[in-house]
Design a protein around this ligand. Structure first.
Ligand code: 5CA
Length: 439
């Protein structure tokens, strides 16, 4: 992408009204714009990151489930069937259509998936199943704040599991636990699973995944051992029931709680040198709630002996749009965002220090073509702007690599390659730059 042709509006001043770094940086670097309280438009820079995060979530979910897509607007009657319509309260955005039918903008999808599954699945042979979708949700939060972190409209991946018994349902839960840990690791962040309350979703077994960041909403207390859990032990696969159970036992064996579930009595048993405290942002939440929805909504399948079985269910959410803010919160400095490679909007930014120097422009143009041919996503700042302004913009947008090209370096046959995360700079020939960045 050439910056001269792009819609990448960068704000010169720090935006007012944003309280935390990620919100400020998302506005300043031009990822989002607010269109109403807690509702945001995703600008080109923001959507590139959102889609990268979404794709990582999708690829990891595809290993254990199947994607589908349920609508944002739901009939109120579905929620009456599950008994949640009145209980959900003012967080639900209730809508009436032209025929006076009561509708709502979905805050989650347990009720709808249970009805869809019920209408098509009749036999034990069709279980277990894991289904997921990635769809916008609406929750009329009293205090939307911190930008996309607590929005009213937000993108969520929600998965739902159906099993014949509790043992099977727990295995589904363990599979998601592993999938979540691998998903967050791929994004270049550390998300610690912590024992949680299940709130309005219901159920007994529940874990939240928290990204550690100084501005997180929750206070966290955990045993450092939970960070050392090996996710790839003996090539751990999703079919390895015993391995999954062992992983779950190890993860949940180490104390890890938020302020909502913290208990001094157990905390005191954690070795002093392993105690970790701080703040965290909840980027995922998984629940096992057994027959809660299947029972209420009459989902039953026939068993092998003709008996009727009520499937045991769980649901598994990832805050896809919240992750954009959470990753920035965990990875930025005073100059701007520092994207982990896997979610970066572009891998490399090229900056020409002098747009009026023919040799500089020629070198930048050819490197731009070559890096793209090597399969990299490249943002080329070809504008007729001061070099310093362009460099500031690149730091703010946080691309992992910058290639800075100017007449002085070119005289010696080199360009400057800067690593955004470490700040390290190297003088390399154009050929070596290409080799380094495409390796
Ligand atoms: N039905 C279940 C799981 S599928 C559910 O809704 N879980 S949840 O309420 O915990 O939401 C799942 C994830 O969505 C949360 O972990 C959080 O990362 C994200 N999320 C929830 N509310 C918001 C919000 N207002 N703004 C942004 N992200 C949110």
């Amino acid at each position: 992408m050439r910056l001269s042709q792009a819609f990448l509006p960068v704000l010169k001043e720090t935006p007012s009204g944003a309280e935390i770094a990620s919100h400020k940086l998302m506005l300043q670097a031009g990822l989002i714009r607010q269109t109403a309280a807690g509702i945001y438009a995703w600008l080109p820079l923001g959507i590139r990151v959102l889609k990268k995060i979404e794709q990582i979530v999708r690829e990891e979910q595809d290993r254990i489930g199947q994607e589908m897509l349920m609508p944002t607007i739901q009939p109120a009657d579905l929620w009456r069937e599950s008994g949640r319509y009145d209980a959900y309260g003012p967080e639900m955005l209730r809508i009436t259509d032209r025929h006076d039918r009561e509708m709502l903008y979905g805050p989650t999808n347990e009720d709808m998936i249970t009805a869809l599954f019920r209408d098509d699945v009749k036999s034990y042979r069709e279980l277990p199943r894991m289904l997921y979708h990635i769809q916008w949700k609406f929750r009329d939060e009293v205090r939307p704040r911190f930008g996309v972190m607590r929005g009213r409209e937000f993108l969520m991946k929600d998965a739902y599991s159906f099993d014949l018994d509790e043992e099977g349902a727990k295995l589904s839960y363990y599979r998601q636990l592993l999938a979540y840990l691998r998903t967050f690791r791929r994004m270049g962040i550390k998300a610690v699973p912590m024992q949680a309350d299940s709130g309005p979703i219901g159920g007994k077994l529940s874990h939240e995944f928290l990204v550690l960041a100084p501005n997180g909403e929750s206070e966290v207390f955990y045993d450092a051992a939970v960070e050392d859990v090996d996710l790839d032990r003996d090539g751990l696969s999703y079919d390895d029931d015993a391995g999954l159970k062992a992983l779950f036992d190890e993860v949940t064996g180490a104390y890890a709680r938020t302020d909502e579930t913290h208990e001094e009595e157990y905390w005191a048993q954690v070795p002093e040198d392993a105690k970790r405290t701080g703040r965290g942002i909840e980027v995922g939440h998984i629940f096992y709630f057994g027959p809660k929805y299947s029972e209420a909504m009459g989902l039953k399948v026939s068993g092998s002996d003709g008996s009727m079985i009520t499937p045991m269910m769980g649901s598994y959410g990832v805050g896809v749009s919240r992750l954009v803010g959470a990753i920035i919160e965990a990875s930025h400095d005073e100059n701007g965002i520092i994207w982990p490679e896997a979610v970066a909007p572009w891998n490399v930014g090229i900056v020409t220090m002098r747009a009026d120097d023919d040799a500089t422009v020629a070198a930048a143009e050819s490197l731009y073509g070559d890096l793209q041919a090597a399969g990299l996503d490249v943002l080329y700042d070809d504008r007729d702007e001061r070099g310093g302004v362009k460099l500031g913009g690149m730091d703010l947008m946080g691309l992992p690599w910058q290639v800075i090209i100017g007449p002085r370096g070119l005289k010696d046959g080199v360009v400057e390659v800067k690593n955004r995360a470490t700040g390290e700079r190297e003088q390399l020939t154009v050929q070596d730059t290409l080799a380094k960045l495409s390796s």
